[in-house]
Design a protein around this ligand. Structure first.
Ligand SMILES: CC(C)(COP(=O)(O)OP(=O)(O)OC[C@H]1O[C@@H](n2cnc3c(N)ncnc32)[C@H](O)[C@@H]1OP(=O)(O)O)[C@@H](O)C(=O)NCCC(=O)NCCS
Length: 175
């Protein structure tokens, strides 16, 4: 499944993407916004990807520019019992931040989640010191439902994690 926008294309992730993911996820400027393992190894990432690629519960797309540069990834981790999914996104190549690509990639996968996968609810977690991501999510219609206080420890200080969600009826009303 390929999802095409005006600025990005979402294509299925491949095992051969693993070295780029390792490089990006080990970059402290990217990693600080995510809740992934520290010091990710290629072996770990390949094992994780193999599992994810064979699971129906995970829809993971590579984010590419229109000229086919792979810049990041976005995913839905699906719970079919309750028709809900946890959304995640990162652009690992920092040269592509703040150009509207993340907003479009998020809109494409969320629309796919509600219209094609018939999800009822999509939720996410975002750290309090990530105003850029929070802006993107608010603009798409996500609402803050709660706060996990002092959820992560970063450089010796504790920070909150905001829990945000959007329902299918809210998405359809906006689009
Ligand atoms: C979060 C992320 C996916 C957003 O994608 P992006 O392409 O960089 O974002 P966009 O350009 O679509 O939109 C960002 C918006 O935030 C604004 N912004 C940027 N820095 C900001 C800041 N410090 N405070 C407030 N707003 C900010 C931008 O101006 C832009 O708004 P605009 O379109 O009205 O000008 C991307 O930056 C990323 O992957 N970051 C690192 C990993 C990460 O944070 N992942 C999300 C974890 S929850």
């Amino acid at each position: 499944m390929i999802l095409k926008g005006k600025k990005v294309i979402l294509r299925p992730v491949r095992l051969s993407d693993a070295p780029r993911f390792v490089k990006w996820l080990n970059d402290p400027e990217v990693h600080k916004f995510l809740q992934t393992r520290r010091h990710l190894t290629l072996a770990f990432e390949k094992k994780w990807l193999r599992g994810a690629l064979t699971s129906n519960a995970n829809k993971i797309f590579a984010i590419q520019t229109l000229d086919n540069v792979h810049i990041g990834s976005t995913s839905l981790e699906i719970n079919r019992d309750h028709d809900r999914a946890t959304f995640g996104i990162f652009i690992g190549d920092k040269r592509y931040w703040n150009k509207g690509l993340g907003s479009e990639a998020a809109r494409l996968i969320i629309d796919y989640g509600f219209t094609k996968l018939k999800l009822h609810r999509i939720e996410l977690g975002v750290l309090e010191y990530n105003p850029r991501a929070i802006k993107v999510y608010r603009r798409l219609g996500f609402k803050r439902e709660g706060i996990k206080h002092d959820f992560i420890k970063f450089r010796g200080k504790y920070f909150d994690d905001y829990h945000m969600a959007i329902l299918d009826r809210e998405w359809k009303k906006r689009s």
